[in-house]
Design a protein around this ligand. Sequence first.
Ligand code: ADP
Ligand code: MG
Length: 283
Amino acid sequence: MGKIIEFENVSFRYEADEEGQQLPLAVKNISLGIEEGSFVAVLGHNGSGKSTFAKLTNAINIPESGKVTVNGLDTADENNTDEIRRTVGMVFQNPDNQIVATIVEDDVAFGPENLGVEPKEIRRRVDDALKAVNMYDFRNSEPYKLSGGQKQRVAIAGVIAMQTRCIVLDEPTAMLDPNGRKEVLATIKRLNKERGITVVLVTHFMDEAVQADRVVVIDNGEVYADGTPREVFSKADELIAVGLDVPQATQLAKALKAQGVDIRTDILNEEECIQAVMKLLKE
Ligand code: ADP
Ligand code: MG
């Protein structure tokens, strides 16, 4: 499949501060493509440029130099903005800032209404989107009564109802409890696997990143590592050097190895760690 988003030598800086002092580049010379249908995690410590990168994918930020294209359309051309936002939807960290209506289904309808979709089709899309995120039973609820995870799923439904082919989520689980995090991640994965929606998930949780097809690590505005989770997390020392963790199961395998245990160190999750330890016990 082709690339739905393409970055070519993209740099970006925010407007100068009040004293007119030019700020440093927040994103530097990033080149990468996002394959249609893939699930990409973007990692990096605070201030590394993840949100700036995310906002470059749907014309919220426009490159200072270089080029971003969505489905071949240049984000710098204002004539393309509507089509780009119909292709790439965004979900942000704080669910409370994204919900605009007082009833769940009205909130999900808001996006397609703005696109001028006809009422019957809106009804169909809202029901479909709420079912897709397992929130259909809450369609008549008041959003403020929902948990953080439920609100975030309503926000995701809002994007689904616009029928965007790609969803970019900027730390959507950062403010959620462990249960809410699990619900949201399961929803994202399901939309990717079952509907083929391209997912770009900005996160600082390693256990979320290991579930992606690809992990891009951003440090100081630049791409620091890019590969499968196994490739990226096998370089634990390099990740720690840029202020990131490695998954707990990977850390445990590394610690065992350091003690002379003959164990693989490219382990990504508990299940793989259990398998590797069981194998050792049998030998
Ligand atoms: P992350 O999402 O990885 O925490 P950001 O993309 O938000 O990082 O920030 C990257 C850099 O840009 C940081 O140095 C941050 O301080 C700066 N920055 C972010 N937003 C703005 C803004 N609106 N104006 C000026 N500087 C900003
Ligand atoms: Mg951020």
